[in-house]
Design a protein around this ligand. Structure first.
Ligand code: PMP
Length: 395
């Protein structure tokens, strides 16, 4: 065929893993998603979901989505700027701003497009964006769309962040962008120290709370709240696709910055607004999270139980402090093989290989939900121990 096809064929890793019978992606689920799902007609324990609060099949949220569809229809057929703004979008924006402790917020159709649309609009040619080297792909794409100088610091290495800040023009905007919970490794950003450096170098901070909301802080308000640094964070973004059982995202901050973004963030202005069903679902989930703190407690009980179980069984689980438990394999091929072995034992987990991690850090990612039971965790630890031992990854 042509040059395009020849070049792409050279990098066709999926074909290689398909030939080995361990290709793990795009499996179809034929049921609703909770701790158990049906895949290819088979019951599988779900340890690969981001629905930490376990709300994706909550009857109240389903009813809220249905009622919004009945009232507003299935789509908005326009962007927020023009005909796509509903009263429920605006109400959710107010509630989210209050939830995370900021003046105002904007709701986007996905979390990914929050980062893509917001980050490039905050800095100009003479400014800087400084990121931890493990930030989410959507932050990487957002910073690539900006005209400013892009700097990176080694993961959670505060001395390295300070070195980067020292390189910057003191009069330029220096925007530090970081995940509050790192989505593959489950560790937290050192926000108190980042805030100290922000003040020392007159920088600004944007925090991605995708995996922090519903999990950390009072009533699930996030890691900024957990560390008591909300006031010193300039912008907080979050998604609806995890603890909020829906799809969409938001950014919250000072009224003036939010107003700037309202008229300049391209994925806000030029993208169709979120569906009535998704918006109402996120709103109902937010109310449930705030009113049912016992759900967050259940999540932490099962997380602490699982962390101890995996550690005691001899797994290498790194620095995680969250319901995301990385089981390091440190070999891409074995990572796929162990994912397939686990699936055959009835456990769904996610393989993580570059670019989602460094080449030497391949892992399988286990994620907990408030609805998981101790029996389910026991089963997963037992079967995964067997699989990891068979491959010589643990003793
Ligand atoms: N930020 C982080 C840290 C994420 O993990 C994700 C999604 N996995 C996103 C942003 C994008 O959010 P969404 O998938 O809801 O669009």
């Amino acid at each position: 065929m042509g040059l395009l096809q020849d070049k792409l064929a050279k990098y066709d890793l999926p074909q290689q893993y398909m030939a080995m019978g361990v290709y793990p992606y795009f499996r179809t689920i034929d049921s609703h998603q909770d701790t158990e799902v049906l895949m290819d007609g088979k019951k599988v324990l779900m340890f690969g979901s981001n629905a930490y609060t376990g709300l994706t099949y909550d009857k109240r949220i389903i009813e809220a989505a249905k009622a919004a569809t009945d009232k507003y229809g299935t789509g908005c057929a326009g962007s927020r700027l023009l005909n796509g703004t509903l009263d429920i979008h605006v109400e959710l924006e107010k509630e989210l701003a209050e939830f995370v402790g900021k003046d105002d917020s904007l709701c986007f159709s996905t979390g990914f497009t929050v980062n893509e649309g917001v980050i490039p609009q905050l800095t100009g040619r003479n400014d800087y964006i400084i990121c931890d080297d493990r930030v989410h792909a959507s932050i990487v794409d957002g910073r690539r769309l900006s005209f400013s100088t892009q700097l990176k610091y080694k993961h959670n290495d505060m001395a390295d962040l300070e070195k980067e800040l020292q390189k910057c023009d003191p009069d330029a905007i220096k925007l530090i962008v970081v995940d509050s919970v790192f989505s593959m490794e489950g560790d937290l950003a050192n926000l108190p120290e980042i805030v100290r450096l922000k003040k020392k170098y007159n920088a600004s901070i944007m925090v991605d709370e995708a995996h922090g909301l519903g999990v950390f802080g009072k009533q699930g308000r996030g890691v900024c709240d957990h560390f008591g640094v909300t006031e010193d964070i300039d912008l907080i973004m979050g998604t609806f696709s995890k603890s909020l059982a829906s799809i969409g995202g938001f950014v919250a901050g000072d009224a003036s910055v939010i107003n700037w973004l309202r008229h300049n963030a391209r994925s806000y202005i030029f993208q169709a607004s979120n569906t009535p069903a998704a918006t109402a679902a996120a709103r109902e989930a937010l109310h449930i999270i705030m009113n049912e703190p016992e759900r967050q407690q259940r999540l932490w009980d099962i997380t602490n139980y699982a962390l101890k179980k995996f550690r005691d069984a001899g797994f290498e689980i790194g620095e995680t402090e969250s319901p995301i438990i990385p089981l390091y394999v440190r070999d891409a091929e074995k990572t796929f093989v162990v994912t397939k072995m686990a699936f055959d034992e009835g456990i769904f987990i996610n393989p993580v290989i570059p670019p989602a991690c460094a080449p030497q850090d391949t892992l399988v990612r286990v994620a907990l939900m408030a609805t998981h039971t101790k029996d389910q965790v026991d089963y997963a630890v037992e079967k995964l121990t067997k699989c990891f031992r068979a491959l010589g990854v643990i003793e």
